[in-house]
Design a protein around this ligand. Structure first.
Ligand code: SAH
Length: 210
């Protein structure tokens, strides 16, 4: 379909965002966990099956990627998963202040070049957005294969009011690893098959720290 370009469409959608009623979209009003950059959705589906008492929202900015995830969840009929096509930079427009208990950042794009570091999902700019939607003492759980992105994230969390804990450069050989609890993402399966170590951390946000 050919469409005439609309003026300010992003701003106009954001102006309606107050009407996004997440509670009503789930069967029950429960703790909400968010995955940002969910890819094809293996992780969120497995989490939702295992933790039926938690509501999960998977955010992805690319429609062609998330379509696989959406179809997967529909096929599995999971009442506690919802998908949301959005750029993480706009999340504060769509969620009420202090409503999310956990954010998962799984194998986020590392954006190698220095001038691209602002685009990293753990840059200060993004952490400011997450702080608006996280509950006090909520956490961000991060997994990556990329050490440079990992070290950058540690610094960024620490400099922006998050306490970094359970940090490891090799999750599978660490004291924090429990094979029965760990849920692999698509990227993780790939890296694990090649014995590439997985970096892992939990960043807890304290409303009182900054
Ligand atoms: N989490 C999946 C996919 C990792 S690839 C896995 O571990 O297998 C990173 C994903 O994040 C891509 O699908 C990309 O489109 C998405 N992404 C990158 N920047 C984003 C942003 N600003 N907002 C939402 N999604 C983003």
């Amino acid at each position: 379909m050919r469409m005439r370009k609309k003026k300010n469409s992003e701003k106009r959608i954001q102006a309606c965002a107050a009407f996004l009623d997440w509670e009503a979209m789930f069967a029950k009003d429960r703790t909400v966990h968010l995955e940002i950059g969910c890819g094809k959705g293996d992780f969120i589906c497995a989490k939702a099956k295992k933790f039926s008492e938690i509501n999960f929202i998977a955010v992805e900015k690319i429609t062609d990627v998330i379509v696989t995830a959406v179809e997967k969840a529909k096929g599995e009929n999971l009442p506690n998963v919802r998908y949301f096509i959005a750029d993480a930079k706009n999340l504060a427009d769509f969620f009420k202040f202090g409503t999310i208990s956990t954010i998962y950042l799984n194998f986020s794009d590392p954006w190698h070049k220095r001038y691209q570091h602002d685009k990293r999902l753990t840059s200060g700019k993004f952490l400011e957005v997450y702080k608006k939607i996280l509950k006090p003492e909520a956490q961000i759980i991060l997994k990556t294969d990329n050490k440079d992105f990992f070290d950058f994230s540690v610094k960024s969390f620490s400099g922006n009011g998050f306490a970094v804990q359970n940090k490891t450069y090799d999750l599978y050989n660490s004291e924090f690893f429990n094979p029965d609890e760990n849920i692999q993402t698509e990227y993780e399966k790939n890296f694990a098959a090649q014995n590439i170590p997985i970096c892992y951390l939990e960043a807890v946000w304290s409303i009182f720290s900054k």
